[in-house]
Design a protein around this ligand. Structure first.
Ligand SMILES: Cc1cc2nc3c(=O)[nH]c(=O)nc-3n(C[C@H](O)[C@H](O)[C@H](O)COP(=O)(O)OP(=O)(O)OC[C@H]3O[C@@H](n4cnc5c(N)ncnc54)[C@H](O)[C@@H]3O)c2cc1C
Length: 398
């Protein structure tokens, strides 16, 4: 494989570097140095992140992998890699609307009608409409097809009743990609449909759930006779499982997207170089060096593993079960990265945001707890291992 970049690709890199140099310092002025703006937009930094997203969008840097006809940049895979490299290098934060950009958009492009593409795609890119994902329920997580929120077709509307849970960002979303049961008699996977729902619809109630980090990023969402236009059915009636698979495959690839992880690995290495230990700095400790080297090596391996998926994408195929491998490795390395920070800081790592003397504004205490999510969100570690065992290794079903 030839890893050299062409003149066109180097031009893309120069353009992006120039744009970041003009725009990133201005954006950073909104954050005190102790703020951890990379941490998926807790409430206080959301407005600033939205402003950054708008800036990226105006510059043509949102959804760069989307086809041009849908408002993307039609960036080649190498350009996407360059984009990731430059963002890692500059410490550029992500924008908002990740569910819309990485999951809903690709699902609408693949399963939507022309009218639906024209209606729903542009405001995803601009973040004028922020999206949440209404899949999980109290009785349907790993066994998603067990979902019981149901919809009945009455004239030109579906009438939806039931409950979703763990709905990230529902409290600040305009729209929800929702799985509902439309045929209770059919086998589980064959009686599900996918609806695109306006979060302001009468009959919807959103209740925040507080996580171990103290933030309330996800919610319970209740539906009481909510009317959804028939035109908002995505994919075929009772064909929602196909849409769900598209969304879940893209979700795993998105979680396995390593830009943020690499930025944190860089930050941990930088922390080790300055944090005092035994009259020197932590990075001189031979045991700690082993842990840091391991995180760095795994980070690099993860980046190279990501390159292997390029072949699949070059063939124009949707992400497959390989996304599970990437997600598993990402989850493990992210946890090791956060653990390395706790080793560097020792007991001081427990100092929380706002506590006097908290290293980097309490970022690392937060990250030690935040890292736990990745083994659950987007399909648990056990489920990913089942997928790898059955669909990649060809092992018998457990
Ligand atoms: C931070 C975060 C954000 C989330 N955001 C969203 C969101 O926006 N929208 C949404 O719809 N959902 C969201 N979720 C929900 C997430 O998808 C589910 O939590 C996940 O799929 C697991 O489902 P569950 O919680 O019902 O656990 P369960 O499915 O009840 O699993 C409980 C335990 O049993 C294990 N288990 C279950 N089945 C098997 C099996 N067959 N083999 C081996 N082990 C098994 C699981 O691995 C787990 O350890 C989010 C979750 C988190 C943590």
């Amino acid at each position: 494989m030839d890893f050299a970049y062409s003149e066109r690709e180097e031009g893309f890199r120069r353009e992006l570097r120039g744009w970041l140099a003009r725009n990133l310092p201005e954006h950073r002025k909104q954050f005190p140095p102790s703020d951890d703006e990379l941490t998926f937009h807790p409430d206080k930094s959301f407005d600033a992140s939205l402003a950054w997203h708008k800036r990226l969008h105006a510059g043509g840097w949102v959804g760069i992998h989307w086809p041009k006809e849908f408002g993307g940049r039609g960036a080649s895979l190498l350009e996407q890699m360059i984009f990731a490299e430059e963002m890692i290098g500059a410490g550029g934060p992500p924008g908002v609307n990740m569910i819309g950009l990485t999951m809903v958009g690709p699902a609408v492009i693949r399963h939507g009608t022309e009218e639906q593409k024209a209606r729903w795609l542009p405001p995803i890119l601009s973040a004028d409409e922020i999206w949440c994902q209404g899949f999980s329920e109290p009785g349907a997580g790993s066994d998603l097809a067990n979902l019981s929120t149901h919809a009945v077709l009455e004239g030109n509307h579906f009438v939806v009743s039931g409950q979703k849970v763990w709905t990230s960002n529902a409290h600040r979303s305009h729209s929800c990609i929702l799985l509902v049961r439309t045929d209770p008699q059919a086998p589980k996977h064959k009686g599900i449909s996918c609806l695109l729902v306006d979060m302001k619809s009468p009959g919807m109630t959103v209740r925040p759930l507080v996580q171990i980090t103290g933030d309330a990023e996800f919610n319970e969402v209740f539906f009481d006779q909510v009317r959804v236009p028939k035109a908002n059915l995505l994919g075929a009636l009772n064909g929602g499982w196909d849409v769900a698979i598209t969304v879940l495959m893209h979700e795993r690839m998105a979680i396995g997207n390593t830009v943020i992880l690499h930025q944190y690995i860089n930050r941990v290495l930088e922390l080790a170089r300055r944090w005092p230990r035994d009259g020197g700095v932590a990075s001189a400790d031979p045991v700690l060096r082993q842990a840091l080297a391991q995180v760095y090596i795994e980070g690099r391996a993860l980046r190279l593993t990501g390159l292997r998926y390029i072949t699949r994408q070059l063939r124009g195929e949707a992400p497959g079960p390989e996304g599970s491998v990437l997600k598993l490795a990402f989850t493990d390395t992210y946890k090791k990265m956060a653990e390395a920070a706790t080793q560097i800081l020792g007991p001081a790592h427990q100092l929380w945001r706002g506590a006097p003397g908290a290293a980097d504004g309490g970022r690392w205490a937060f990250q030690a707890l935040f890292a736990l999510r990745f083994g659950i969100a987007g399909g648990t570690t056990e489920i990913q291992k089942n997928i790898v065992g059955e669909r990649i290794l060809g092992l018998p079903k457990g």
